[in-house]
Design a protein. Structure first.
Length: 188
């Protein structure tokens, strides 16, 4: 169900203490806000990549029930760097990041997930720039900087605007995320 932030409806955070993974998108799309579900644009490749990766043990389709199952059964939460919806990243302003990065950092430090998953280098770079500061070079995968005690993992954004990354490549990145999550669970 969409929630309001000032004059704008947005997606609510799906967070709880001690989640295995918190997924951090750049910002919600208007179709996702209308559907009340993260990654709801039918052209977004998040759901096919998630279902093909083995990160979860069931196939889910976008919708409120899938979001509930991800949070409660699979211990995967969801939030965004910027909560203001736009049709694309070009609609975001520096002020959005200046507001969003410190708020996101507070949420993540408060909930202490085992692992933080950023969708795209743009989201991670702007979090660093407008939040804690940090590394200039960003590679895919595990990052050299954590947020609190939570390691950070970056995968390509599954947005249809990021078509340079195939579904197969997204699945490979999500499988690497699964391996890291599984290693962290085994270490506990």
């Amino acid at each position: 169900m969409p929630q309001g932030t000032g004059d704008t409806e947005t997606l609510p955070d799906l967070l709880a203490d001690g989640l295995d993974i918190v997924s951090v998108g750049l910002n919600p799309s208007p179709p996702s806000v209308r559907a009340g579900t993260y990654f709801a644009n039918p052209r977004n490749r998040f759901w096919p990549a998630l279902n093909g990766s083995g990160l979860i043990d069931e196939a889910l389709q976008p919708g409120p029930e899938a979001m509930r199952r991800l949070l409660e059964r699979h211990r995967i939460g969801f939030t965004d760097l910027v909560k203001r919806p736009t049709p694309g990243a070009a609609g975001l302003r520096a002020a959005d990041y200046r507001t969003g990065a410190p708020l996101l950092q507070t949420k993540l430090l408060s909930h202490r997930p085992r692992l933080i998953w950023f969708h795209g280098k743009v989201a991670w770079a702007n979090f660093l720039k407008y939040g804690p500061g940090g590394v200039a070079r960003i590679d895919w995968g595990l990052q050299p900087m954590a947020i609190g005690a939570s390691p950070v993992f970056v995968t390509p954004n599954p947005s249809p605007a990021n078509a340079a990354f195939s579904l197969e490549l997204l699945i490979e990145h999500y499988r690497a995320l699964k391996r890291l999550r599984d290693a962290l669970l085994t270490a506990d």
